[in-house]
Design a protein around this ligand. Structure first.
Ligand SMILES: [Fe+2]
Ligand SMILES: [Fe+2]
Length: 455
């Protein structure tokens, strides 16, 4: 139902709504309080309006800021490897550091590197990060900005949006990354997005005064000196800060998208958006590389064997592509752990299923998919998660995603073991029929397996 109580009859999703949901998932990966990218868009669009940008340019600015962190999942595994700590906390704190201030940077490295390790390992990490820091930082930023720009292009955005995302970490004085662009060589969208990012981070962790003081301090080093006074002016209006509050944030921000450029998404674009979402999730960890795509392929094969209609299969393929979106909220410290997980780590892993539901439910058009996908770890015997649903409450579509997910989990390499051959995998799975796996789905999988060329 719509907010006014009438039935919502929308048949298409709005692009702003979908990208808004993607940005919510990206905030999870960045370790930022939910709504960070939306709040940055609020700030950035106000700056853009003050600059008198036309509607077409404002629309590009809207998506460049909203998707500024699109590449963030690509360096998560590397960050965990380098710091040996929860990379979401590393990322979260890093956003408050002035990287041009040596003392701040050194303190940051010392605080985060090898947090849970003995002193010797910690010092080894600090030394490595200290001596190779410049190259490592460029590598991390480069991966992130190239992936981010690519994702924007795959979502169908133009060069201006992609370039804005690509140069997010460039600084006005030329000491940023990855190319060391200087002054107006840096795309305007990147200059606005970086400024908005620092304003939001310092506002969230401190106050409006802390945010304004920080951008004043970095004026001319990090930030375009002409943009800082604009935010200072905007910051005098209480409505500017009230706009950042959580309640109603999404609708307030989407109202800033210039109406003439509002886009409805058709079925083909929904398919490609689901694929992009899947890519963002899969590149987070070397062990989930292509997992969502394979789950979608296997689910589709099982669904075809079971006689589902073409329309339903298309819907299910999207659900399978999106089933692990919630993993963006789980640290690589856990996802890539080479040994057994302890109880707390398992708890953190389990959260991914309900997070999948939360992210997808933000898109009106994805609400059915949200329920189906969020249930992919439920078991017929009621011992699954997140809700502990029992057989009659688990839809056929969920059972199909579940079997595809289990099949891929067993036949793909894990951090603690190599891949298991298909015949052995099927044997292991057969033992779970009736408890975790639906018997019809198992039969369909067996029939279908020979058609997938697998090593
Ligand atoms: Fe999962
Ligand atoms: Fe999965």
């Amino acid at each position: 139902m719509a907010e006014n109580g009438t039935a919502d009859t929308r048949t298409h999703a709005s692009l702003a709504e979908i990208v808004g949901a993607i940005s919510f998932a990206l905030d999870l990966t960045e370790g930022q309080p939910a709504g960070h990218a939306l709040r940055c868009t609020w700030i950035g669009m106000h700056v853009g309006r003050e600059l008198g940008l036309d509607d077409a340019t404002l629309t590009d600015l809207y998506y460049a800021v909203l998707l500024k962190d699109a590449g963030c999942s690509s360096n998560a595994a590397r960050l965990w490897e380098l710091y040996g700590a929860d990379e979401r906390l590393v990322k979260q704190d890093f956003k408050t550091v002035d990287t041009q201030n040596f003392l701040q940077l050194a303190r940051f490295v010392f605080r985060h590197a090898g947090q849970t390790e003995d002193l010797r390992s910690k010092l080894r990490r600090v030394l490595y990060l200290g001596t190779s820091g410049e190259n490592l930082a460029t590598e991390l930023v480069q991966t992130r900005c190239e992936r981010g720009a690519n994702i924007a292009r795959k979502l169908g955005f133009n060069h201006a949006v992609a370039a804005g995302i690509h140069s997010l970490d460039e600084h006005w004085n030329g000491k940023g990354r990855p190319e060391g662009l200087k002054g107006e060589e840096i795309p305007l969208f990147s200059r606005i997005a970086l400024l908005a990012q620092v304003v939001d981070v310092f506002f969230q962790t401190g106050s409006r005064h802390a945010a304004l003081a920080e951008i004043k301090r970095r004026r001319g080093t990090w930030f375009d000196p002409t943009l800082v006074p604009i935010v200072e002016r905007l910051g005098k209006e209480p409505e500017f800060w009230e706009g950042l509050r959580a309640e109603g944030l999404e609708s307030r921000v989407s109202a800033l998208e210039p109406a003439p450029f509002h886009t409805e998404v058709d079925e083909d674009r929904l398919d490609s958006i689901a694929e992009v979402f899947a890519t963002i999730v899969d590149i987070k960890s070397p062990y989930t590389h292509d997992h969502s795509r394979r789950v979608s392929l296997y689910a589709d094969g099982v669904a075809e064997e079971l006689g589902l209609s073409a329309e339903r299969r298309r819907w299910l393929r999207r659900g399978a592509l999106l089933h692990d979106v919630g993993k963006l909220g789980v640290s690589n410290h856990i996802l890539d752990k080479p040994g057994r997980l302890d109880e707390d780590e398992w708890k953190a892993v389990r959260v991914h299923a309900s997070l999948t539901g939360e992210v997808l439910a933000r898109v009106f058009h994805f609400q059915d998919i949200a329920t189906t996908a969020a249930a992919h770890h439920e078991r017929l015997d009621g011992t699954g998660y997140p809700l502990g649903l029992r057989e009659p409450e688990i839809s056929l579509e969920t059972r199909i995603i579940t079997i595809a997910d289990i099949f891929d989990a067993i036949t793909a390499a894990r951090p603690y073991r190599g891949p298991i051959p298909v015949p052995e995998a099927l044997e292991i799975m057969q033992k779970e029929v009736g408890t975790a796996i639906d018997a019809r789905c198992m039969q369909a999988l067996r029939t279908r397996v020979p058609s997938w060329a697998m090593d």
